[in-house]
Structure formats: structure tokens, C-alpha cells
Design a protein around this ligand. Sequence first.
Ligand code: ADP
Ligand code: TZD
Ligand code: MG
Length: 585
Amino acid sequence: MADAAVKGKAESRDSSAAEAERELTDGFHLVIDALKLNGINTIYGVPGIPITDLGRMAQAAGMRIISFRHEQNAGNAAAIAGFLTKKPGICLTVSAPGFLNGLMALANATTNCFPMILISGSSEREIVDLQQGDYEEMDQLAIAKPLCKAAFRVLHAADIGIGVARAIRTAVSGRPGGVYLDLPAKLLSQVMDAAAGQKSLVKVIDAAPAQIPAPAAVRRALDVLKSAKRPLIILGKGAAYAQADDAIRALVERSGIPFLPMSMAKGLLPDTHPQCAGAARSTVLKDSDVVMLIGARLNWLLSHGKGKTWGEPGSKKFIQVDIEPKEMDSNVEIVAPVVGDIGSCVSALLEGIEGKWPAPPADWTNAVKAKKEENIAKMAPRLMKNSAPMDFHGALGALRTVIKERPDAILVNEGANTLDLARGVIDMYQPRKRLDVGTWGIMGIGMGFAIAAAVETGKPVLAVEGDSAFGFSGMEVETVCRYNLPICVVVFNNNGIYRGTDANPTGGSDPAPTVFVKGSRYDKMMEAFGGVGVHVTTPDELKRAVDAAMGSGKPTLINAAIDPAAGSESGRIGNLNPQSVLRKK
Ligand code: ADP
Ligand code: TZD
Ligand code: MG
């Protein structure tokens, strides 16, 4: 319950002395108490009417309040806190514009299956519903609804406990995602009896209950897997989220099946593991005959499970392990759906293979190994190039060594070339250490993710950012300095989006739409707030600067000058970019 110091005494509205002595609480305190009761101790947000005092009082009550410069970044922080901890991350915003800024992050969290709760203050129902033009008026509940798992509004202080409980349970149970909780200004100052208020709070029991797969579904999956001549396991970020690391590792190792990690599942088993097929991705997707997906969807990131990426039509059988039954058959037929939580499903599969599992045919595992070694050998010399200006590979070669030497550091990554190439080059060694643009390939997650990663884990963070990508959340370097977080931002500065070499085809004075000020010094931004700024032009300098930053834990931004001509259009997904057939070359 709220501490006595901040609880009010009843004003004596009637003459009863006993009534006047009655302890009171209010909406502010009940929201804070409800969150704390459920083990939620951090709030990411931006203050203002009507939630300024909610933030202050939460801090006074011992919660950690991380105050951002823009709600979108606070929302992204909450979302990734949810991914890292399996507890919903909380983002707190003001009404209409603050709410809308945070809503992007809520939608992105829902798309990525990250549990988060966007809590926004709102203006008075009676004014909003009659559209009479209140301060920051908006029907936020209606707008949030289609973009998240559920949206709730609380009108009575006595319902705050239930409202918070529903929000938590909805965010983390089943397929995790975003929840919107609408708190009108009047609710926060609503007063009620403190004892009744305390009784109204709900501690959510077993918020994400285990969902045990049907034994027949497990047997069916094992039968299909056993029949495979060229089996493959694909691990997705759902597998990373599930925190069933030991069981997943055991399943992969005891089955002997090559595995391919999706971007944010890298490190679930080390990328250097002998069964890792990351460096033979095209080959295993094309040539495998049975593919077991664990916490990964057959969306665009896996070419929807069809087309030339996947070889001959009809050459594949898919097994899918997922908590969401509706995910099955979403793109292609799933011959063995295993519906349940990944921890329970993987344990059941593991039991089924215990002691009696045939190793996959050696011609398959050898073929994967050979392809992988060939690709790794091909890339190696490019990673060693110590030239100025740097190209992406040279710079990433240096960062690859940094993560090898500091495997517990968290890598945040966004951009186009900066993202796609870093994903391939930088090996990960531990689960949930790589955080990136996720299912939408969204720019702007950088500083929010980096800040929450540092706050939630206390580990050093390395954020590798395209110069465009960084710009979406760059102002939060002030937040990094203000909270003195151990974050090292490396901006891959190639003067623009994909490349810095485009010119205005008319010869006019406006720059091309994809380029920025040439030779910008992003490092000065960090210096402006008391952090460390470094400008580097070679991979050796880059390595030294990152080592110093990671060693000291001081907020640092390294401006890494990258050859403006080195990148390619849209990084590795240029094929998704429509081209005009009428455009003059
Ligand atoms: P990736 O982008 O890495 O391929 P996706 O985001 O497409 O991964 O897929 C994640 C999947 O994991 C979703 O379909 C989601 O329902 C599922 N998922 C998330 N958490 C769990 C869990 N605890 N148990 C089972 N499935 C889960
Ligand atoms: N806006 C949002 C929110 N997400 C996006 N993905 C984009 C715009 C489009 N976009 C990309 O897909 S990558 C990118 C944009 C603007 C930036 C690429 O430039 P960069 O990376 O400097 O970050 P490289 O290394 O120069 O390729
Ligand atoms: Mg760039």
C-alpha cells in the first residue's frame, strides 16, 4: 500500500469524527500500488498533464522512472523491457499527442509479440464523447484498439486493481503483445477508503500459464522429424523470449539437427556452435526437406515459406511450435502443428527423442558444414581490411571482435546496410543479447532499446546504428547521459540512407532525398550533454574507441566515417523495393 506520508486524511464532510479520521487513498496511489504489487518497478515515459504527479509519486514510492525526450522512444524501451524480462514493460504518456507518439511503439510491440502496457492519461469522458474540445482531447481507447491485443479504460478508483491486472495478464499470456490502459484525469484524483482500496488490488497469479501441447501433436511432430533426410530447426525470437534456453539447447544438440537462428534468436545457442547453419542460410532453406520452426513465423523474413528461397515447390514439410494456434497454416501448410508454450513444447519433444534418436544423415550435415566453412572463409579477409575510409565489413570486423571479447554485452542494431551486414558478421554467444528492428524492420528503436537494455540488465550496451536510423531517436543521447548509462553508440556515418552519393538529378540546389549533411559529426551530440564523443576513420581506431567506452561504462558516441559509396540500396532487401519501369536511367 501507499506510504502513510502521502495518504490523505478525510476531510470532514460530515460531522462524524470517525469519518474524518478515516484513511484515504486515491487513483494515483492505487495505480502505483497495483503495479508494485505485481512486481513492476520501472516506468518509461514522458511527463505532463495529467500524469506528471503519477511519475513523481511513483518515484517517491521507490519505482525507477526513466523519463525520455519523446514517447516513441519510451514506448520502444518498454517493449524491449518486456521482451527481456517476460514482464510487461510500462510506458506512461500524456493524452492525445503523447498517446499517439507512444502508440507507434505499442503497435510495434504487438507485431513483435513483446508484452508491454501503454498507460496514457486522457481527458474527461463527458467532454471527449460530446467532442467539445477539451485540452488534448481524443478518443484514445477507440484509436488504440485495433493496434494492440486489448484496450481497457478505468473510470472508478475501485476498479484500478482489476484494470491493471487485466492489462498485465493480457500482455503476457498466450502470444504476448501490447495492451492499452486509459486513465482519465479525474480517475487519478478520485479518492476512496484506503483499506477498501487495498482490498481492490489484484496480484495476478500465474500471469502466463504453461500451455502444454497435446501428446498426439508432439508424437506427430517427432514422426515427421524422424522421417527427414535433411532436417532443419529454425529458432525465432519467440524461442528467445520463452527463456527455455537449456531445453532448446538440449533439443538441438541431442537431435544433431542443424539450426538457423532468426535475427533476435542469435546467441540462443552460440553462432559459433558446430550445428549453427547461419553462414549457410540460403543452402539450408533451399535444400532442407523438413523444417521445424520454434517461435518463428513464416512471414516475409522467411519468404512466406515458399518461392525460390525454399527450393522446389512441395519439397518441404513444416513442423511449427508456437503458442498461437491461428499462426498455423498462415502462409503454407503446417503438417505438424505443436501448439503450446515453447518451454513445455520443447521439453515434450526432448522427452520423445531421449536416448533413441538417429543422427541426421551425414551427407546432409557434411554438406551444411562445407557450405558454411566456404562462406566463412570467403568473408574472413573482408573483415580484416584496415582501410580509411572504412567499408562496412572492415568496421564490422572490429565490432565482431568486441562482442567476441565481451559476450555478455547487449548489441542493439538498426539501419539498412548497417543492420543487414552486422547481423551476418557479428557472432552472438548468449541468449537475448541481440535486439534489432524486428518484424517490421522499423527504424527508431535504437536509443529506446539501448536504454531499456542497460536499465533492465545492468550490462554494457553497444548500439550499432546507421546514420539515418540513429536520427530517429538520437535526441535520447541526453537521456543516456542523464541516467549515466553504460551505452556505447556507434554511428555508421555514410552520409545518408543506404549511401551518401546520390545527387539531385535536376542539378538543383536541394540535396537528393537519401543524403544528409556530408561529414556530420554525431559525436558532438554526445559531448553536448557531457558524454564522450569520438570520431574514427579506421577499424583499428574504432576498436580502440569501443573498447575504451565499454571498459569505462561512460556514455559514448563514436562517429565512424564509412565510405559513402560502400552501401547498397535497401541493404539486403533491395528485392522488396518497387522500381519504376518508366524511370530514366
Ligand atoms: P522471428 O522474427 O524471430 O522469426 P517471430 O516474431 O516471427 O520471430 O515469431 C515469434 C513467434 O513466437 C510468434 O508466432 C509467437 O506467437 C511465438 N511465441 C512467443 N512467445 C512464445 C512462447 N512463450 N511460447 C510459444 N510461442 C511463443
Ligand atoms: N521509417 C521507418 C520508421 N522505418 C523504416 N524502415 C524506414 C522509414 C525506411 N528505412 C529503412 O527501411 S532503412 C532506413 C530507412 C529510412 C535507413 C537506412 O539508412 P541508414 O543505414 O543510414 O540507417 P545504411 O547503413 O546507410 O544503409
Ligand atoms: Mg547510412
